[in-house]
Design a protein around this ligand. Sequence first.
Ligand code: GRF
Length: 220
Amino acid sequence: MSGKLKIGVLASGGGTNLQAIIDRCLDGSLPVEIVLVLSNNPGAGALERAARAGLPTCCIDHREFDNREDFDRAVVAALQSAGVELVVLAGFMRLITDIFLQAYPGRIMNIHPALLPAFPGLHVQKKALEYGARFAGCTVHFVDSGVDTGPIILQAVVPVLQDDTEESLSRRILEQEHRIYPRAIELFAQGRLRIDGRRVIIDPPLPPEESALVNPPLEG
Ligand code: GRF
């Protein structure tokens, strides 16, 4: 028994966020145990990454279920039998139902590649670019019954550059995702996160960011 927080990571795609979490576990700087990596997509790169790291994996193909609730029941059963205490959605492309939320109240996190509440939903890097936003970023939040609406834990901001494409902006955002997701999980594992209505209280508090960002900068 390690006594570490047991997390389950759910991913549908390539799994670079999963990889960032694995790497932080391996170098000893993130004291959690990944007890299950679960995907709805048999071809997910995330499953390969997990297998390479010697982690338990499980694939539950949503196409084999008649409805979201039955799919979620199967997912929750797998998480519970692995002893998962915190659910980490890392590019998990399924909407979750009340069945899932009630099984893990206040214990499901997600990462979203935009500065919520701006640009919830899909293709948000493209939307930020098309909107002409000067800043974009990413958000780690607790999951509630809405789409990308839950209480915010951490955010990182990146500038949008004049010659950005959806790919270049996504890359810049992803780099920050890999920094803030492990940190949010660490804070949870340390018992420092408390949900108070819409707000997440970090206790004891971290020193705040006090400098303002202007893009493009005023100088020059
Ligand atoms: C990330 O951009 C994440 O914010 C979004 O899905 C993407 C997953 O990327 N929810 P990866 O599979 O972790 O590389």
